[in-house]
Design a protein around this ligand. Structure first.
Ligand code: FA5
Length: 351
């Protein structure tokens, strides 16, 4: 029986050398490893052998089976490789060569900081609300209490898209995210015009201004607007919310300050600064004078509340407009805002 097994192995391996294609290989597999192959018959006949013979023959049969299977595996691997090479026009494919590293993608620092801001404000109960980038003069200015010809419009030099035939309501690229306040309030107020629900939202997005570009000013940048409207909201709520945001982003020791300012759509209004912790408030390339202006804010003007569908006798609210890129500059120690949209990999790969 042992001789027979040796013979089976020899015949199988010799026959394999003559195999040239997939069909022949399959035929060979059926002949030497299939259910009615001589080897399998040895296995099925084991029960008829004597107690002494059975383990010896069984072990030998297993070894022959392993050898035949290994030969089948390597032959079928060779044939697959040959087929691959044929499909590549005869080019040799070295599967042992290490692959070429594809550098992993990463999030732009601006996206990273925006996501962090969504998280921080989300923890405080604010929802993200998206509004359009192409606006009308009415929404970008008039409903926000900038009448036509008002000098405060000079604060935001505007790119117009279409002016002809539109009188006092040209189409423009929004100069700030504040027009989203009106869209949002109107949408919320429409849910229940006699009893509009409270609003607590942040509105992210690109804004455009015809600016003199420098280390802290771009012509295209983004803002994160915040709006909270409800009965009894006060300036303390605004201060608490922004101070808390800075501490959640930069740590509990972060110092912030409010400076009185003017915006037609808030009263009172303030600028909001964070002390530059890169230089400890001494003044450096990132902040300029020790504090970095992060945003404008204030209590929503009664005219704006009314334009949004909220009765200023019953509701008050606060709003703010932050510069996420300015926040990212502080967070990562970036000294020039122009790096953000230059798409220089040496800059982007650092985040
Ligand atoms: C405004 O745009 C107001 N809409 C903000 C506001 C909203 C006030 C709600 C009150 C209530 P301002 O022009 O100051 O304000 O811009 C707000 C922030 O955007 C600035 O503090 C700064 O962080 C950022 N910013 C302004 N101009 C530029 C610019 N050219 N490049 C980069 N960031 C800018």
């Amino acid at each position: 029986m042992l001789d027979k097994l040796k013979e089976i192995e020899k015949t199988a391996l010799t026959a394999l050398e003559a195999v040239r294609d997939e069909a022949a290989l399959e035929g060979w597999r059926v002949a030497f490893l299939g259910r009615s192959s001589p080897l399998m018959q040895v296995f099925s006949g084991l029960g008829a052998l004597s107690k002494e013979e059975r383990p010896v023959v069984g072990q030998q049969a297993n070894e022959v089976k392993k050898a035949i299977e290994a030969a089948f595996g390597s032959r079928s691997g060779e044939m697959r490789q040959a087929a691959l090479e044929r499909s590549l026009g005869g080019e040799r494919l070295d599967v042992t060569l290490p692959g070429r590293r594809v550098p992993p993608g990463r999030l732009h620092p601006d996206t990273q900081i925006l996501r962090e801001l969504y998280r921080v404000f989300g923890e405080m109960g604010f929802q993200v609300y998206r509004s359009r980038e192409v606006e009308s003069d009415e929404y970008n200015f008039q409903l926000l209490n900038f009448p036509v010809g008002h000098p405060a419009r000079d604060m935001q030099d505007t790119y117009f898209v279409e002016a002809e035939g539109r009188g006092d309501n040209p189409v423009l690229l929004r100069t700030h995210t504040s027009p989203g306040q009106i869209h949002a309030m109107r949408e919320f107020a429409a849910l229940d015009p006699h009893n509009p629900p409270p609003v607590r939202i942040v509105l992210p997005g690109m804004v455009y201004r015809y600016e003199q570009v420098d280390a802290r000013h771009e012509t295209q940048f983004d803002q994160l607007e915040g709006l909270a409207v409800g009965p009894g909201i006060t300036f303390s709520d605004l201060k608490g919310t922004l101070a808390d945001m800075a501490r959640r982003l930069f740590g509990p020791q972060t110092r912030t300050r409010f400076r009185a300012s003017f915006f037609p759509f808030t009263e009172p209004s303030a600028e909001y600064d964070i002390e530059c912790f890169l230089c400890g408030g001494k003044g450096c390339a990132v902040c300029g004078g020790g504090w970095l202006e992060i945003g404008g804010c204030g209590m929503v003007h009664p005219v704006v509340l009314k334009n949004g569908g909220y009765d200023p006798e019953r509701y008050t609210g606060f709003a703010f407009g932050l510069g996420p890129q300015r926040i990212a500059m502080l967070r990562y120690g970036i000294s020039d805002i122009r790096y953000f949209w230059e798409n220089d990999l040496r800059f982007l790969e650092q985040f």
